[in-house]
Design a protein around this ligand. Structure first.
Ligand SMILES: NC(=O)c1ccc[n+]([C@@H]2O[C@H](COP(=O)([O-])OP(=O)(O)OC[C@H]3O[C@@H](n4cnc5c(N)ncnc54)[C@H](OP(=O)(O)O)[C@@H]3O)[C@@H](O)[C@H]2O)c1
Length: 323
């Protein structure tokens, strides 16, 4: 059975990536592409991207919101009112507590009732709830790279809960979207490397919410376009070392198509770019265990995981369009 979807924010980085993925999907077609501003034409004529019109959600079977946080709430409400399942790639429905949303994002939540119905879309850990949901909050890019390796370890009680969890993450510049600013402009990114949002980044509350404990999270900006590599420092409980941690992750993810746990070596961005994969390695290092986790921020960190979730919402094989 073929179904159609809308992409709101089709002129942005994640919206464009979603179109690339949907072009390989056997059953889903992006028939409605919308952006916030008036449609532009290119040299070959229309780009097919139309001005925003939520009334047109009626025309499709599902809606992807690839729009900035704040803007997504009302669009999600319109789609849900039209009876259409939604995957929201923004942060609007990720934090369960509307007060935490307000303090983190500097604005009141615009759809607190709908927030209660949202399901956090880390597919490998929540697929049953996702399949039954109407609104999926697609996880942040950095959180995806950190939660996939850490959640099984916490669930198995393998980490010392008195030692800090430290995630040192590096992202390509596409993580910031298509609109350049002083920090993400080519002139500042090229031939440079920097840490930002130290102790204040908006993804820290999201990671802590899902882990159920605090995390030291420091993001960095790489002079590349796509990819996130997180280096995570943990202290195992009961004197356990890397081998136990690796075995736990290997067991948890052995039948998962999009998570790979290395037996030797460490993942690089080249191993995951343009794929929906998260690659993980585990190493002993002095008193701690170091975990390296790599994803493509635009795929497993955004549009790929969003499609994985939409596949579940619409009853397709989760891997459709993604392998
Ligand atoms: N980039 C990543 O790696 C990544 C990863 C995970 C999650 N996300 C999240 O996904 C969302 C989209 O990110 P992006 O990187 O694709 O952003 P982007 O490149 O800046 O694109 C934003 C898109 O949203 C449209 N838009 C802007 N304001 C709007 C409004 N008020 N109503 C409707 N549409 C509006 C834009 O249309 P115009 O072109 O007409 O302005 C554009 O199509 C953001 O919430 C972001 O935080 C991004």
């Amino acid at each position: 059975v073929n179904k159609s979807v809308a992409i709101v924010g089709a002129s942005g980085y994640t919206g464009t990536e979603l179109q690339r993925l949907l072009a390989q999907h056997a059953h889903l077609e992006a028939t409605l592409l919308m952006r916030s501003r008036a449609a532009r034409t290119d040299e070959s004529g229309s780009t097919g991207v139309q001005p925003l019109d939520p009334a047109r959600f009626e025309e499709v079977h599902g809606v992807f919101l690839c729009t900035p946080h704040g803007a997504a709430s009302e669009l999600a409400a319109a789609a849900v009112a039209a009876g259409k399942p939604v995957v929201d790639l923004s942060a609007d429905f990720r934090l369960r507590d509307p007060k935490l949303f307000a303090s983190t994002y500097g604005q009141e939540h615009r759809a607190p009732d709908l927030l209660r119905r949202a399901v956090y879309g880390l597919t490998e850990h929540n697929r049953e709830a996702i399949a039954k949901a109407t609104l999926v909050a697609n996880p942040g890019c950095y959180p995806t790279s950190i939660l996939l390796p850490l959640l099984p370890l916490l669930q198995q009680g393998l980490l010392d809960d008195t030692a800090p969890l430290i995630a040192d993450s590096k992202s390509g510049v596409s993580g910031a979207g298509k609109q350049p600013n002083e920090r993400t402009h080519f002139g500042n990114v090229h031939d440079n490397f920097l840490a930002y949002g130290i102790g204040t980044h908006r993804h820290a509350p999201e990671i802590s919410q899902e882990l159920g404990r605090a995390v030291v999270f420091t993001p960095h900006l790489l002079p590349t376009f796509r990819g996130i590599l997180s280096t995570i420092y943990v202290t195992p409980s009961n004197g356990n070392r890397a081998e136990t941690v690796r075995n736990c992750l290997h067991e948890r993810y052995r039948s998962e198509p999009f998570v790979k746990v290395y037996q030797t070596g460490a993942p690089e961005l080249h191993d995951v770019q343009r794929s929906n994969q998260c690659h993980i390695s585990v190493h002993d290092s002095g008193p701690v265990v170091v975990i390296v986790s790599a994803i493509d921020n635009l795929v497993k960190g955004a549009s790929g995981q969003a499609l994985q979730n939409m596949n579940l919402l619409l009853g397709y094989d989760e891997t459709e369009g993604l392998t």
